[in-house]
Design a protein around this ligand. Structure first.
Ligand SMILES: NC(=O)c1ccc[n+]([C@@H]2O[C@H](COP(=O)([O-])OP(=O)(O)OC[C@H]3O[C@@H](n4cnc5c(N)ncnc54)[C@H](O)[C@@H]3O)[C@@H](O)[C@H]2O)c1
Length: 445
Protein backbone atom coordinates (compact mmCIF):
# COMPACT_ATOMS: atom_id res chain seq x y z
CA UNK A 1 0.00 0.00 0.00
CA UNK A 2 1.11 3.59 -0.52
CA UNK A 3 1.73 5.24 2.81
CA UNK A 4 3.00 8.67 3.83
CA UNK A 5 4.42 9.42 7.26
CA UNK A 6 4.72 13.02 8.46
CA UNK A 7 7.43 13.36 11.14
CA UNK A 8 10.61 11.29 11.00
CA UNK A 9 11.33 11.04 14.72
CA UNK A 10 11.45 8.06 17.08
CA UNK A 11 7.92 7.02 16.16
CA UNK A 12 7.64 8.07 12.51
CA UNK A 13 10.97 6.67 11.36
CA UNK A 14 10.58 3.32 13.11
CA UNK A 15 6.99 2.90 11.94
CA UNK A 16 7.89 3.87 8.37
CA UNK A 17 10.85 1.46 8.22
CA UNK A 18 8.84 -1.42 9.64
CA UNK A 19 5.98 -0.80 7.18
CA UNK A 20 8.45 -0.64 4.27
CA UNK A 21 10.10 -3.87 5.41
CA UNK A 22 6.85 -5.82 4.90
CA UNK A 23 6.47 -4.35 1.41
CA UNK A 24 4.52 -1.13 1.75
CA UNK A 25 5.66 1.85 -0.34
CA UNK A 26 6.45 4.55 2.23
CA UNK A 27 7.30 8.24 1.82
CA UNK A 28 8.54 10.08 4.92
CA UNK A 29 8.10 13.85 5.10
CA UNK A 30 9.83 16.10 7.61
CA UNK A 31 10.33 19.85 7.89
CA UNK A 32 13.87 19.27 9.15
CA UNK A 33 15.87 19.40 5.89
CA UNK A 34 19.13 18.36 7.57
CA UNK A 35 17.47 15.23 8.98
CA UNK A 36 16.06 14.36 5.55
CA UNK A 37 19.43 14.89 3.83
CA UNK A 38 21.23 12.81 6.45
CA UNK A 39 18.76 9.96 6.07
CA UNK A 40 19.29 9.94 2.32
CA UNK A 41 23.01 9.56 3.07
CA UNK A 42 22.45 6.70 5.49
CA UNK A 43 22.91 8.83 8.65
CA UNK A 44 20.22 7.83 11.13
CA UNK A 45 19.22 10.65 13.49
CA UNK A 46 18.49 8.50 16.55
CA UNK A 47 19.96 5.43 18.21
CA UNK A 48 17.56 2.52 18.27
CA UNK A 49 18.69 -1.12 18.15
CA UNK A 50 18.17 -2.67 14.71
CA UNK A 51 17.00 0.57 13.09
CA UNK A 52 20.02 1.49 10.95
CA UNK A 53 20.13 -1.66 8.77
CA UNK A 54 16.34 -1.63 8.43
CA UNK A 55 16.30 1.98 7.19
CA UNK A 56 19.27 1.53 4.87
CA UNK A 57 18.04 -1.67 3.22
CA UNK A 58 14.54 -0.34 2.64
CA UNK A 59 15.87 2.97 1.33
CA UNK A 60 18.11 1.10 -1.10
CA UNK A 61 15.15 -1.08 -2.16
CA UNK A 62 13.22 2.17 -2.82
CA UNK A 63 10.38 1.17 -0.52
CA UNK A 64 11.34 4.03 1.79
CA UNK A 65 11.82 7.62 0.63
CA UNK A 66 12.69 10.78 2.55
CA UNK A 67 11.62 14.26 1.51
CA UNK A 68 10.77 17.75 2.68
CA UNK A 69 8.34 18.02 -0.23
CA UNK A 70 4.98 17.90 1.55
CA UNK A 71 2.99 18.10 -1.69
CA UNK A 72 4.74 15.02 -3.04
CA UNK A 73 4.09 13.25 0.28
CA UNK A 74 0.39 14.09 0.32
CA UNK A 75 -0.10 12.96 -3.27
CA UNK A 76 1.72 9.68 -2.60
CA UNK A 77 -0.16 7.95 0.21
CA UNK A 78 -3.75 6.79 0.49
CA UNK A 79 -2.89 6.54 4.17
CA UNK A 80 -1.33 9.64 5.72
CA UNK A 81 0.23 9.16 9.15
CA UNK A 82 0.73 12.14 11.45
CA UNK A 83 3.69 11.25 13.69
CA UNK A 84 4.96 14.68 14.72
CA UNK A 85 5.72 15.81 18.26
CA UNK A 86 3.07 16.86 20.79
CA UNK A 87 5.21 18.59 23.42
CA UNK A 88 3.70 20.25 26.49
CA UNK A 89 2.68 23.89 26.05
CA UNK A 90 3.00 26.45 28.88
CA UNK A 91 0.29 24.90 31.06
CA UNK A 92 1.27 21.26 30.40
CA UNK A 93 -1.48 20.54 27.84
CA UNK A 94 -0.36 18.79 24.66
CA UNK A 95 0.64 21.39 22.08
CA UNK A 96 -1.21 20.47 18.90
CA UNK A 97 0.35 23.05 16.59
CA UNK A 98 2.51 20.50 14.72
CA UNK A 99 -0.35 18.00 14.34
CA UNK A 100 -2.69 20.68 13.03
CA UNK A 101 0.00 22.06 10.71
CA UNK A 102 0.24 18.61 9.08
CA UNK A 103 -3.58 18.39 8.86
CA UNK A 104 -3.57 21.72 7.02
CA UNK A 105 -0.82 20.55 4.68
CA UNK A 106 -2.71 17.36 3.83
CA UNK A 107 -5.87 19.34 3.14
CA UNK A 108 -3.96 21.85 1.01
CA UNK A 109 -2.54 19.27 -1.40
CA UNK A 110 -4.93 16.30 -1.38
CA UNK A 111 -6.56 15.50 -4.71
CA UNK A 112 -8.13 12.15 -3.84
CA UNK A 113 -9.77 10.59 -0.75
CA UNK A 114 -7.37 10.04 2.16
CA UNK A 115 -7.24 8.21 5.45
CA UNK A 116 -5.50 10.49 7.92
CA UNK A 117 -4.08 8.60 10.90
CA UNK A 118 -3.19 10.27 14.20
CA UNK A 119 -0.15 8.28 15.34
CA UNK A 120 1.07 11.06 17.63
CA UNK A 121 -0.16 10.92 21.22
CA UNK A 122 -3.00 13.43 21.21
CA UNK A 123 -5.70 14.43 23.70
CA UNK A 124 -9.24 13.14 23.39
CA UNK A 125 -11.05 15.23 20.79
CA UNK A 126 -8.00 15.82 18.57
CA UNK A 127 -9.30 13.69 15.69
CA UNK A 128 -12.34 16.00 15.62
CA UNK A 129 -10.04 19.03 15.47
CA UNK A 130 -7.97 17.45 12.69
CA UNK A 131 -11.17 16.70 10.76
CA UNK A 132 -12.46 20.27 11.24
CA UNK A 133 -9.14 21.68 10.08
CA UNK A 134 -9.09 19.53 6.92
CA UNK A 135 -12.73 20.32 6.15
CA UNK A 136 -12.11 24.07 6.54
CA UNK A 137 -9.14 24.06 4.13
CA UNK A 138 -11.01 21.92 1.57
CA UNK A 139 -13.88 24.39 1.78
CA UNK A 140 -11.62 27.36 1.06
CA UNK A 141 -10.17 25.40 -1.85
CA UNK A 142 -13.73 24.86 -3.05
CA UNK A 143 -13.25 21.11 -3.43
CA UNK A 144 -15.18 18.22 -1.98
CA UNK A 145 -13.13 15.11 -1.16
CA UNK A 146 -13.81 12.24 1.24
CA UNK A 147 -11.46 11.70 4.13
CA UNK A 148 -11.46 9.83 7.45
CA UNK A 149 -9.47 10.67 10.56
CA UNK A 150 -8.40 7.56 12.45
CA UNK A 151 -6.73 7.33 15.85
CA UNK A 152 -3.94 4.73 15.90
CA UNK A 153 -1.81 5.43 18.99
CA UNK A 154 1.70 4.06 19.17
CA UNK A 155 2.81 1.87 22.08
CA UNK A 156 6.45 1.24 21.15
CA UNK A 157 9.10 1.40 23.86
CA UNK A 158 12.23 3.36 23.03
CA UNK A 159 15.20 1.00 23.19
CA UNK A 160 13.05 -1.81 21.76
CA UNK A 161 11.08 0.24 19.23
CA UNK A 162 11.82 -1.84 16.13
CA UNK A 163 10.92 -5.10 17.84
CA UNK A 164 7.77 -3.54 19.32
CA UNK A 165 6.63 -2.26 15.92
CA UNK A 166 7.41 -5.55 14.20
CA UNK A 167 5.61 -7.60 16.85
CA UNK A 168 3.11 -5.28 18.52
CA UNK A 169 1.15 -6.48 21.60
CA UNK A 170 -1.91 -4.76 20.20
CA UNK A 171 -2.90 -2.42 17.40
CA UNK A 172 -5.51 0.03 18.58
CA UNK A 173 -7.65 1.53 15.84
CA UNK A 174 -10.15 4.25 16.67
CA UNK A 175 -12.66 4.80 13.90
CA UNK A 176 -16.37 4.73 13.14
CA UNK A 177 -15.77 4.25 9.43
CA UNK A 178 -15.99 0.76 7.92
CA UNK A 179 -13.88 1.88 4.94
CA UNK A 180 -11.11 3.23 7.18
CA UNK A 181 -11.19 0.11 9.36
CA UNK A 182 -10.83 -2.16 6.35
CA UNK A 183 -7.87 -0.14 4.98
CA UNK A 184 -6.15 -0.18 8.38
CA UNK A 185 -6.70 -3.96 8.58
CA UNK A 186 -5.09 -4.32 5.16
CA UNK A 187 -2.13 -2.15 6.21
CA UNK A 188 -1.48 -4.08 9.39
CA UNK A 189 -2.30 -7.57 8.06
CA UNK A 190 1.41 -8.58 7.98
CA UNK A 191 1.60 -7.85 11.72
CA UNK A 192 -1.59 -9.68 12.54
CA UNK A 193 -0.85 -13.23 11.44
CA UNK A 194 -0.01 -14.84 14.76
CA UNK A 195 -3.30 -13.88 16.42
CA UNK A 196 -5.81 -11.05 16.25
CA UNK A 197 -4.09 -7.94 17.54
CA UNK A 198 -6.39 -5.26 16.22
CA UNK A 199 -8.61 -3.69 18.84
CA UNK A 200 -11.11 -1.51 17.03
CA UNK A 201 -13.03 1.12 18.99
CA UNK A 202 -14.46 4.59 18.71
CA UNK A 203 -11.98 7.41 18.17
CA UNK A 204 -12.23 9.01 21.63
CA UNK A 205 -11.68 5.72 23.42
CA UNK A 206 -8.60 5.06 21.28
CA UNK A 207 -7.21 8.49 22.10
CA UNK A 208 -7.76 7.93 25.82
CA UNK A 209 -6.31 4.40 25.68
CA UNK A 210 -2.85 5.79 24.93
CA UNK A 211 -2.90 8.19 27.89
CA UNK A 212 -4.39 5.56 30.18
CA UNK A 213 -1.59 3.12 29.26
CA UNK A 214 1.23 5.59 29.92
CA UNK A 215 -0.38 6.94 33.08
CA UNK A 216 -0.83 3.40 34.42
CA UNK A 217 2.86 2.64 33.84
CA UNK A 218 3.92 5.95 35.40
CA UNK A 219 1.66 5.19 38.37
CA UNK A 220 3.37 1.82 38.92
CA UNK A 221 6.76 3.53 38.99
CA UNK A 222 5.70 6.32 41.33
CA UNK A 223 4.00 3.78 43.61
CA UNK A 224 7.20 1.76 43.87
CA UNK A 225 9.24 4.90 44.45
CA UNK A 226 6.92 5.89 47.27
CA UNK A 227 7.36 2.41 48.79
CA UNK A 228 11.14 2.71 48.33
CA UNK A 229 11.23 6.01 50.20
CA UNK A 230 9.23 4.44 53.00
CA UNK A 231 11.51 1.39 53.02
CA UNK A 232 14.49 3.69 53.46
CA UNK A 233 12.93 5.32 56.50
CA UNK A 234 11.71 2.03 57.97
CA UNK A 235 14.90 0.00 57.53
CA UNK A 236 13.40 -2.33 54.88
CA UNK A 237 14.89 -3.30 51.51
CA UNK A 238 12.58 -2.37 48.61
CA UNK A 239 14.22 -4.98 46.38
CA UNK A 240 13.00 -7.73 48.72
CA UNK A 241 9.59 -6.07 48.89
CA UNK A 242 9.52 -5.94 45.09
CA UNK A 243 10.02 -9.69 44.85
CA UNK A 244 7.49 -10.26 47.62
CA UNK A 245 4.74 -8.34 45.87
CA UNK A 246 5.66 -9.24 42.29
CA UNK A 247 5.05 -12.90 43.06
CA UNK A 248 1.34 -12.11 43.35
CA UNK A 249 0.03 -12.63 39.79
CA UNK A 250 -2.45 -9.80 40.31
CA UNK A 251 0.56 -7.49 40.72
CA UNK A 252 3.27 -9.18 38.62
CA UNK A 253 6.97 -8.40 38.27
CA UNK A 254 6.72 -6.07 35.28
CA UNK A 255 7.43 -2.39 35.67
CA UNK A 256 7.77 -2.30 39.45
CA UNK A 257 11.40 -1.26 39.63
CA UNK A 258 12.12 1.62 42.00
CA UNK A 259 14.66 4.18 40.81
CA UNK A 260 15.63 7.82 40.40
CA UNK A 261 12.42 8.73 38.58
CA UNK A 262 10.89 8.23 35.16
CA UNK A 263 11.80 10.47 32.22
CA UNK A 264 11.72 10.31 28.45
CA UNK A 265 9.52 11.97 25.91
CA UNK A 266 6.30 10.27 26.96
CA UNK A 267 5.48 9.60 30.62
CA UNK A 268 6.20 13.08 32.02
CA UNK A 269 4.36 14.94 29.27
CA UNK A 270 1.50 12.45 28.97
CA UNK A 271 0.75 12.42 32.71
CA UNK A 272 0.82 16.22 32.68
CA UNK A 273 -1.40 16.41 29.60
CA UNK A 274 -4.01 14.06 31.08
CA UNK A 275 -4.01 16.10 34.29
CA UNK A 276 -4.78 19.21 32.23
CA UNK A 277 -7.43 17.38 30.18
CA UNK A 278 -9.11 16.26 33.40
CA UNK A 279 -9.03 19.76 34.86
CA UNK A 280 -10.53 21.21 31.69
CA UNK A 281 -13.56 18.93 32.01
CA UNK A 282 -13.98 19.75 35.70
CA UNK A 283 -12.48 16.55 37.14
CA UNK A 284 -9.82 16.63 39.85
CA UNK A 285 -7.20 14.00 38.98
CA UNK A 286 -5.84 13.43 42.52
CA UNK A 287 -3.97 10.24 41.68
CA UNK A 288 -2.31 11.57 38.52
CA UNK A 289 -1.20 14.76 40.27
CA UNK A 290 0.45 12.63 42.95
CA UNK A 291 2.12 10.41 40.35
CA UNK A 292 3.69 13.53 38.87
CA UNK A 293 4.64 15.03 42.24
CA UNK A 294 6.23 11.80 43.49
CA UNK A 295 8.26 11.56 40.30
CA UNK A 296 9.42 15.17 40.53
CA UNK A 297 10.67 14.48 44.06
CA UNK A 298 12.30 11.22 43.01
CA UNK A 299 14.39 12.95 40.37
CA UNK A 300 15.97 15.03 43.17
CA UNK A 301 16.80 11.93 45.18
CA UNK A 302 20.34 11.24 44.00
CA UNK A 303 21.33 14.86 44.45
CA UNK A 304 19.98 14.95 47.98
CA UNK A 305 21.90 11.70 48.76
CA UNK A 306 25.08 13.32 47.46
CA UNK A 307 24.46 16.51 49.41
CA UNK A 308 23.95 14.60 52.64
CA UNK A 309 27.03 12.46 52.04
CA UNK A 310 29.24 15.48 51.40
CA UNK A 311 27.60 17.54 54.20
CA UNK A 312 26.19 20.07 51.77
CA UNK A 313 29.60 20.90 50.33
CA UNK A 314 29.70 19.82 46.71
CA UNK A 315 31.69 22.79 45.42
CA UNK A 316 34.68 21.53 43.44
CA UNK A 317 33.69 17.87 43.93
CA UNK A 318 34.09 15.64 40.89
CA UNK A 319 31.20 13.27 40.36
CA UNK A 320 31.50 10.27 38.03
CA UNK A 321 28.14 9.71 36.32
CA UNK A 322 27.31 6.47 34.53
CA UNK A 323 24.27 6.78 32.28
CA UNK A 324 22.78 9.90 30.70
CA UNK A 325 19.89 8.65 28.55
CA UNK A 326 16.51 8.36 30.26
CA UNK A 327 16.63 4.59 29.85
CA UNK A 328 19.03 2.04 28.30
CA UNK A 329 19.33 1.37 24.56
CA UNK A 330 18.41 4.86 23.49
CA UNK A 331 20.18 8.19 23.13
CA UNK A 332 17.04 10.08 24.14
CA UNK A 333 17.74 12.64 26.88
CA UNK A 334 14.28 14.20 26.99
CA UNK A 335 13.31 14.71 30.65
CA UNK A 336 16.08 12.29 31.71
CA UNK A 337 16.77 12.03 35.45
CA UNK A 338 20.47 12.58 34.70
CA UNK A 339 19.66 16.14 33.59
CA UNK A 340 18.06 17.05 36.93
CA UNK A 341 21.07 15.59 38.72
CA UNK A 342 23.66 17.32 36.53
CA UNK A 343 21.91 20.68 36.71
CA UNK A 344 21.70 20.43 40.53
CA UNK A 345 25.36 19.43 40.73
CA UNK A 346 26.45 22.33 38.55
CA UNK A 347 24.39 24.79 40.62
CA UNK A 348 26.22 23.44 43.70
CA UNK A 349 29.62 23.96 42.04
CA UNK A 350 30.42 20.31 41.32
CA UNK A 351 32.06 18.91 38.18
CA UNK A 352 30.45 16.04 36.27
CA UNK A 353 32.52 13.34 34.55
CA UNK A 354 29.98 11.38 32.56
CA UNK A 355 29.92 8.31 30.38
CA UNK A 356 27.02 6.86 28.39
CA UNK A 357 27.24 4.24 25.64
CA UNK A 358 25.02 6.23 23.23
CA UNK A 359 23.81 9.56 24.63
CA UNK A 360 27.02 11.61 24.81
CA UNK A 361 26.52 13.39 21.48
CA UNK A 362 23.01 14.30 22.54
CA UNK A 363 24.31 15.56 25.91
CA UNK A 364 26.90 17.68 24.08
CA UNK A 365 24.19 19.02 21.78
CA UNK A 366 21.99 20.02 24.73
CA UNK A 367 24.61 21.46 27.10
CA UNK A 368 27.41 22.45 24.72
CA UNK A 369 30.96 22.70 25.95
CA UNK A 370 31.31 23.68 29.58
CA UNK A 371 34.13 23.40 32.10
CA UNK A 372 32.01 21.48 34.62
CA UNK A 373 30.97 18.75 32.15
CA UNK A 374 33.54 16.20 30.99
CA UNK A 375 32.23 13.56 28.62
CA UNK A 376 34.55 10.59 28.98
CA UNK A 377 35.40 7.88 26.45
CA UNK A 378 34.86 4.92 28.79
CA UNK A 379 33.07 4.18 32.04
CA UNK A 380 36.46 3.53 33.67
CA UNK A 381 37.95 6.87 32.66
CA UNK A 382 34.91 8.64 34.15
CA UNK A 383 36.14 7.42 37.56
CA UNK A 384 39.55 9.11 37.34
CA UNK A 385 39.96 11.65 40.12
CA UNK A 386 36.24 11.46 40.99
CA UNK A 387 34.91 11.74 44.53
CA UNK A 388 31.92 9.44 44.05
CA UNK A 389 30.19 7.30 41.42
CA UNK A 390 26.53 7.77 40.56
CA UNK A 391 24.59 5.36 38.32
CA UNK A 392 21.63 6.97 36.57
CA UNK A 393 20.73 4.55 33.73
CA UNK A 394 20.63 0.75 33.85
CA UNK A 395 22.70 0.02 30.72
CA UNK A 396 23.95 -3.59 30.61
CA UNK A 397 27.52 -2.27 30.50
CA UNK A 398 27.10 -1.01 34.09
CA UNK A 399 25.63 -4.15 35.60
CA UNK A 400 28.82 -6.06 36.51
CA UNK A 401 31.66 -3.54 36.78
CA UNK A 402 35.10 -4.09 38.27
CA UNK A 403 34.44 -3.06 41.86
CA UNK A 404 38.13 -3.31 42.82
CA UNK A 405 38.95 -0.76 40.14
CA UNK A 406 36.12 1.50 41.29
CA UNK A 407 37.41 1.34 44.87
CA UNK A 408 41.00 2.01 43.87
CA UNK A 409 40.17 4.86 41.51
CA UNK A 410 37.59 6.93 43.41
CA UNK A 411 38.75 9.42 46.04
CA UNK A 412 35.91 8.18 48.26
CA UNK A 413 34.83 4.59 47.80
CA UNK A 414 31.12 5.34 47.47
CA UNK A 415 28.45 4.46 44.91
CA UNK A 416 25.03 6.09 44.61
CA UNK A 417 22.96 3.67 42.60
CA UNK A 418 19.85 5.24 41.09
CA UNK A 419 18.73 1.94 39.54
CA UNK A 420 19.49 -0.57 42.30
CA UNK A 421 21.86 -2.56 40.08
CA UNK A 422 24.18 -3.76 42.82
CA UNK A 423 23.97 -5.90 45.95
CA UNK A 424 24.57 -3.71 49.02
CA UNK A 425 26.02 -6.63 51.03
CA UNK A 426 28.62 -7.45 48.38
CA UNK A 427 29.72 -3.84 48.06
CA UNK A 428 29.89 -3.30 51.80
CA UNK A 429 32.03 -6.47 52.09
CA UNK A 430 34.39 -4.96 49.51
CA UNK A 431 34.65 -1.78 51.55
CA UNK A 432 32.55 0.36 49.21
CA UNK A 433 29.84 2.53 50.76
CA UNK A 434 26.60 1.94 48.85
CA UNK A 435 23.40 3.95 48.65
CA UNK A 436 20.64 2.68 46.42
CA UNK A 437 16.98 3.65 46.27
CA UNK A 438 15.06 2.30 49.26
CA UNK A 439 17.72 -0.20 50.35
CA UNK A 440 17.11 0.03 54.06
CA UNK A 441 19.24 2.95 55.09
CA UNK A 442 19.48 6.66 54.50
CA UNK A 443 22.69 8.45 53.71
CA UNK A 444 24.52 9.22 56.93
CA UNK A 445 22.59 6.56 58.86
N1 LIG B 1 9.13 8.51 21.46
C1 LIG B 1 8.34 7.56 21.90
O1 LIG B 1 8.78 6.60 22.55
C2 LIG B 1 6.87 7.58 21.61
C3 LIG B 1 6.10 6.42 21.81
C4 LIG B 1 4.75 6.47 21.53
C5 LIG B 1 4.17 7.65 21.10
N2 LIG B 1 4.94 8.76 20.94
C6 LIG B 1 4.29 9.98 20.44
O2 LIG B 1 4.58 10.10 19.06
C7 LIG B 1 4.71 11.48 18.69
C8 LIG B 1 6.07 11.72 18.07
O3 LIG B 1 7.06 11.47 19.04
P1 LIG B 1 8.62 11.31 18.64
O4 LIG B 1 9.31 10.94 19.91
O5 LIG B 1 8.73 10.46 17.45
O6 LIG B 1 8.93 12.85 18.26
P2 LIG B 1 10.28 13.42 17.61
O7 LIG B 1 10.44 14.77 18.21
O8 LIG B 1 11.38 12.42 17.72
O9 LIG B 1 9.93 13.57 16.07
C9 LIG B 1 9.00 14.46 15.55
C10 LIG B 1 9.40 14.82 14.11
O10 LIG B 1 8.34 15.56 13.52
C11 LIG B 1 8.93 16.55 12.66
N3 LIG B 1 7.93 17.58 12.33
C12 LIG B 1 7.47 18.61 13.07
N4 LIG B 1 6.57 19.32 12.39
C13 LIG B 1 6.42 18.74 11.17
C14 LIG B 1 5.62 18.98 10.04
N5 LIG B 1 4.75 20.01 10.01
N6 LIG B 1 5.74 18.17 8.98
C15 LIG B 1 6.61 17.12 8.98
N7 LIG B 1 7.39 16.84 10.05
C16 LIG B 1 7.30 17.62 11.13
C17 LIG B 1 10.13 17.02 13.47
O11 LIG B 1 11.05 17.70 12.65
C18 LIG B 1 10.65 15.70 14.01
O12 LIG B 1 11.59 15.10 13.13
C19 LIG B 1 4.46 12.27 19.98
O13 LIG B 1 3.11 12.61 20.05
C20 LIG B 1 4.79 11.26 21.06
O14 LIG B 1 4.10 11.52 22.27
C21 LIG B 1 6.28 8.75 21.17
Amino acid sequence: MKVTVFGIGYVGLVQAAVLAEVGHDVVCVDVNAERVENLKNGIIPIYEPGLTPLVKSNYEAERLQFTTDAEFGVKHGKIQFIAVGTPPDEDGSADLQYVLAVAKTIATYMESPKIVVDKSTVPVGTADKVAECIAAVLKTRGVSLDFDVVSNPEFLKEGAAVADCQRPDRIVIGTDSAVAESKMRELYAPFNRNHEKLIVMDVRSAELTKYAANCMLATKISFMNEMANLAEKLGADIEKVRLGIGSDPRIGYHFIYPGCGYGGSCFPKDVQALVRTAEKVGYTPELLRSVEAVNGRQKEKLFSHLQSYFNGDLAGKRIALWGLSFKPNTDDMRDASSRVLMENLWAAGAIVQAYDPEAMNETQRIYGTRADLNLMGTKESALNGADALVVCTEWNAFKAPDFDLIKETLNHAVIFDGRNLYDPAILEAQGIAYYGIGRGRSVGA
